[in-house]
Design a protein around this ligand. Structure first.
Ligand code: HDE
Length: 741
C-alpha cells in the first residue's frame, strides 16, 4: 500500500485512500492477492497502474484541463496553433501505434504461475526448478503467425506459444529504490510454438519463408493464408518445410482454443548443473485440458462470425476462474546422443519420438490473470529466446543461433530504442547494475558517474560475478571449431522420413483433413509448375497423400517415390481421436423457444447438471427474455461445442433453410431457417447433438439419425442425457461424420 501511494504521487494521479481498488479490474487484482506467485507480479505491476477514479482530466504534464472544444479565434474562427491541449491530444493519438510484430502480430496473453514439481538440481542449476512447490510468476502469449494484428483468430496457421518466467535468479545487489524492493528476478523466455518442428533449418532463410507466406507485394492479398502460389512455391522448393506444413494442415493449424494446444520449445537446448554438467533437452508444454481442434469449414465460419474466437475464449475462461494449465516437461538426452537417433538433434525440423525418449514433467504453469491493459502488457511484451538463466544454455542449432540475433533486433525496432527491457511487462525486478547508459526513454537515473569497467573511482563496482561469487551466469563447457563454410549439414538432409512418420501416425479422419486442406490450398494455386512441384514433394512422403491431392487438381497419380518410405508410427501426435481431459469452459447451446416457457426452463436444469464439469449452457430463443441468453439471429453452431434441442422448441425447426418457410412472426426475428442451420452445422462439424422430448422432431427434419454416434435423445433433462452430453463433449469430434476418400 505504501508503495502504491508513493507511485501514485510520482505519476501525478490524485491519491484517494486506495485509488485502484474498485470495480471489475479490482476483483481481478484481488483474486490474485492470495499468496500465489502471480500476486508477486501483481504487486510489482501495480506500481505502474493508472486509475482514473474521481480525478480531473489533466494534460500529460499534469495540469487540469478542459478538453471539450479546441481553442478558436471567435466562435466560428480558425483553430489556433497555440492550443497545446488540442495539439497534445491529437499528437498522442497520432503516435499510438508501435510497429506490429513482423510475424505473430495477432495474439493474446495472460499472467500466471509456474510451480516446480521438485528439486531438479540434478539436471539444472536453474533456480526456478530448485525446490518442490517453488512458484515463479509468468506471462504467456499465444499467437498466430502470418496474419496482421487485426486478422481473424481461426486462420489456419502455426500458433505461437511464448512463455516468460520472472525467476529469482540473478543479481542480489543492494536494493536502493522502493520501486525495486523485490527480490532479484530475471526473465527466461521459452518462445515456442504449438507445433514441435519448424519450416527451415537455417535462420538465414527466415525472411524468404515469411515473404513467401505473407500477402503478395502488389495487392497485399491474401491476408493470413497460405493458399497462394508464393507460399507453396517456397514449400515445394524448400522441402525442409514439409514436416511443419503437415502439422499445420492437420488439426494443429486450427485449434479450438489456445487452451487446447500443446507447446514446444522446438530447438534442442542444454540444461547445465551447478558443477557444469550438461544434458540436451527438448521443452514440452503438455496441456492439461487435452487437445481439441476445429474442422476447416467451422474455422472458416468462425473467422467471419467471430474473428476474436481464440482470444475471447482465453480471456473469458480466466475471468470465469477456469484457469488453463500446462505441464512443463523435458525429453532428456546426453551430449553423445546428438546423432544417435538417425537424425541430428540440432536439426529443428525433427521431433524426438516419445517412444525413444519419454517426457519428464518438471512443473506446471497455470494462467490465472488477464492483462489489465492490452497494449501495455500483451503488445509490449517482448520475448527473446536469448533470455535464459543460469542453468540453461543454447545449442548449435543454426535456427536458434539466428533467433538469438533476430528477437533483440526486432524489439529495438518495435520500441525504437534499447530501453524496452525497462517497460513494466519486460522489466527484470532487480536493481540493474551495469555501465549501459542512456538511449530513448531511459527510466532510471543512474547515479554512478564512472560508467566504465575496470575502475577504481567507484571501488571496482559493478563487480564481475562468476560461477561461485555472485551466482554469475556461465556458459557450459563447449567448444567450437571448423573450417568456415556456407552449407547445410549432411546430417540435416533427410527431410522426408519424419513427415512420413507424422502421416503414418494420424487416424484416418485426420489424414483426410490433411488431404482436404492440401486440396483446398493447392486448388487455389495459379501456377501448374508449383502444383506439380508440390505433388513431387508430397510423393516423397507418401504416394497415397500425393495421389489423393493430385486427383483434386487434375494431375495424374504419381508412381511411388519410395526412398524415404517406412511404416513407423508414433503416439499422441495428432490433434483428433483422443478424449479431452477436462470439459472446463466448453459451451452447450440449448435451442429453445419463447413461445414455450418450459423449453427455456430446461436451460437451468441442464446448467445445474453440467455445472460441476465447468460447462456453460447458453439458452437460445427467438428474442431476449427471462433466462434467454442470446437470440437465434446472434447465434451459430461455431459458438457451441454441443447443441441440444429443447422439448417444445421443435416448431422452429420446420425444414432446411433453403426450402423451409419459417412460421410467420418468427421470420422477422431471425434469418430464415437459422435454428435448423445451427443444429445441422453442429452435426456436420462433428459436435455432439441432442434432443429432449419432442425436440427429436428437429433431428428428424434435419435427417440426423438418433442412431449415430454422438447423437443423444432423452425424454427429459436427466442422467442419461447429461451422461451422453458429457461423453460427447469429451469425445469432442465424432469423426465418422466426415466422408473419407
Ligand atoms: Fe520467431 N520471431 N523467428 N519463431 N517467434 C518473432 O519476434 C524469427 C521461430 C515465435 O508472442 C519475432 O518479437 C526468426 C521458431 C513466437 O511476442 C521475430 C526465426 C519459433 C513469436 C522472429 C524464427 C518461433 C515469434 C517477431 C528463424 C518456435 C511471438 C516479433 C530463425 C520455436 C512472440 C518478435 C510473442 C516472434 C524471428 C523462428 C516462435 C521477427 C528469425 C523456430 C512464439 O523476431
Amino acid at each position: 500500500m505504501q508503495l502504491l501511494a508513493l507511485v501514485t504521487g510520482l505519476v501525478g494521479v490524485a491519491n484517494a485512500a486506495c485509488p485502484y481498488m474498485t470495480g471489475e479490474v479490482d476483483s481481478r487484482i484481488e483474486r490474485r492477492a492470495d499468496g500465489d506467485a502471480a500476486a508477486d507480479t501483481e504487486e510489482f505491476l501495480s506500481a505502474f497502474y493508472l486509475k482514473d477514479q474521481d480525478v480531473y482530466l489533466t494534460s500529460d504534464v499534469g495540469g487540469p484541463i478542459e478538453d471539450q472544444n479546441s481553442l478558436s479565434a471567435g466562435e466560428r474562427g480558425a483553430t489556433l496553433l497555440e492550443d497545446f491541449i488540442f495539439r497534445q491530444k491529437i499528437q498522442r493519438f497520432d503516435h499510438e501505434r508501435v510497429p506490429e510484430r513482423a510475424v505473430h502480430a495477432r495474439g493474446a496473453g495472460a499472467h500466471g504461475t509456474f510451480t516446480s514439481y521438485g528439486d531438479w538440481s540434478n539436471i539444472t542449476a536453474a533456480s526456478f526448478l530448485s525446490a518442490k512447490g517453488k512458484q515463479t510468476p509468468m506471462f504467456t502469449r499465444f499467437s498466430t503467425v502470418a496474419g496482421s494484428r487485426g486478422s481473424a483468430d481461426t486462420a489456419r496457421d502455426v500458433h505461437g506459444f511464448a512463455t516468460r518466467f520472472y525467476t529469482d535468479e540473478g543479481n542480489f545487489g543492494k536494493v536502493s529504490s522502493p520501486l525495486l524492493k523485490y527480490r532479484a528476478n530475471l526473465c527466461i523466455d521459452i518462445v515456442g510454438n504449438n507445433i514441435p518442428v519448424f519450416f527451415i533449418q537455417d535462420a538465414i532463410l527466415f525472411p524468404d519463408l515469411i515473404h513467401a507466406v505473407k500477402p503478395r507485394g502488389d495487392s497485399e492479398i491474401p491476408q493470413a493464408a497460405t493458399a497462394h502460389d508464393s507460399a507453396w512455391d517456397f514449400f515445394s522448393q524448400q522441402p525442409s518445410s514439409l514436416h511443419t506444413l503437415l502439422w499445420a494442415m492437420a488439426g494443429h493449424g486450427i485449434p479450438r482454443s489456445f487452451r487446447h494446444v500443446d507447446g514446444f520449445g522446438v530447438h534442442t537446448f542444454r540444461l547445465v548443473t551447478d558443477d557444469g554438467k550438461t544434458k540436451l533437452v527438448k521443452f514440452h508444454w503438455k496441456g492439461m485440458q487435452g487437445k481439441a481442434s476445429l474442422v476447416w469449414e467451422e474455422a472458416q465460419q468462425a473467422a467471419g462470425k467471430n474473428p476474436d474466437f481464440l482470444r475471447q475464449d482465453l480471456f473469458e475462461s480466466i475471468e470465469a476462474e477456469r484457469y488453463p494449465e500446462w505441464e512443463l516437461g523435458v525429453q532428456i538426452m546426453e551430449e553423445e546422443d546428438q546423432l544417435r537417433f538417425g537424425f541430428d538433434l540440432f536439426d529443428p525440423t525433427k521431433i524426438v519420438p516419445e517412444e525413444l525418449v519419454p517426457v519428464t514433467k518438471l512443473g506446471k504453469m497455470q494462467l490465472n490473470r488477464n492483462p489489465l491493459n492490452y497494449f501495455a502488457e500483451t503488445e509490449q511484451a517482448m520475448f527473446q529466446p536469448g533470455h535464459i538463466v543460469r542453468g540453461i544454455d543454447f545449442t548449435e542449432d543454426p535456427l536458434l543461433q539466428g533467433r538469438l540475433f533476430s528477437y533483440l533486433d526486432t524489439q529495438l525496432n518495435r520500441h525504437g530504442g534499447p530501453n524496452f527491457e525497462q517497460l513494466p511487462i519486460n522489466r527484470p525486478r532487480v536493481p540493474i547494475h551495469n555501465n549501459n547508459r542512456d538511449g530513448a526513454g531511459q527510466m532510471f537515473i543512474p547515479l554512478n558517474k564512472d560508467a566504465y569497467s575496470p575502475n577504481t573511482q567507484n571501488a571496482g563496482s559493478p563487480k564481475q560475478a562468476n560461477q561461485t561469487t555472485g551466482k554469475g551466469f556461465f556458459t557450459s563447457d563447449r567448444s567450437a571449431s571448423g573450417k568456415l563454410q556456407r552449407t547445410v549439414s549432411s546430417t540435416f538432409e533427410d527431410v522426408w522420413s519424419q513427415p512420413r512418420l507424422f502421416w503414418n501416425s494420424l487416424v484416418a479422419a485426420e489424414k483426410q483433413f490433411v488431404v482436404d486442406a492440401m486440396r483446398f490450398e493447392t486448388s487455389n494455386l495459379k501456377s501448374s509448375i508449383v502444383q506439380n512441384n508440390v505433388i513431387i514433394q508430397l510423393n516423397r512422403i507418401s504416394n497415397d497423400l500425393a495421389t489423393r491431392v493430385a486427383e483434386a487438381i487434375g494431375i495424374s497419380a504419381p508412381s511411388p517415390d519410395d526412398s524415404f518410405y517406412h511404416d513407423n508410427t508414433t503416439a499422441h501426435i495428432g490433434a483428433f481421436g483422443e478424449k479431452l481431459k477436462t470439459l472446463e469452459g466448453l459451451k452447450v447451446g440449448l435451442l429453445a423457444s419463447v413461445s414455450n416457457k418450459s423449453s427455456i426452463a430446461e436451460g437451468a436444469k441442464l446448467q445445474s447438471a453440467l455445472k460441476s464439469a465447468g460447462v456453460d449452457v447458453v439458452v437460445v430463443a427467438e428474442r431476449l427474455d427471462d433466462n434467454v441468453n442470446q437470440t437465434y439471429s446472434g447465434s451459430d453452431a461455431v459458438q457451441f461445442d454441443a447443441v441440444v434441442v429443447a422439448n417444445g422448441a421443435e416448431g422452429l425447426f420446420s425444414g432446411r433453410s433453403f426450402t423451409g418457410k419459417p412460421s410467420k412472426g418468427a421470420a422477422s426475428l431471425f434469418p430464415a431457417g437459422r435454428p435448423l442451420d445451427i443444429l445441422l452445422d453442429a452435426f456436420r462439424f462433428g459436435k455432439p447433438v441432442a434432443a429432449i422430448g419432442n425436440g427429436k422432431v428437429a433431428l428428424r427434419n434435419g435427417q440426423i439419425s438418433s442412431e449415430r454416434d454422438g447423437v443423444y435423445v432423452a425424454d427429459s433433462v436427466g442422467d442419461s442425457l447429461v451422461k451422453g452430453v458429457k461423453e460427447g463433449l469429451r469425445t469432442f469430434k465424432f469423426l465418422d461424420r466426415f466422408a473419407q476418400d
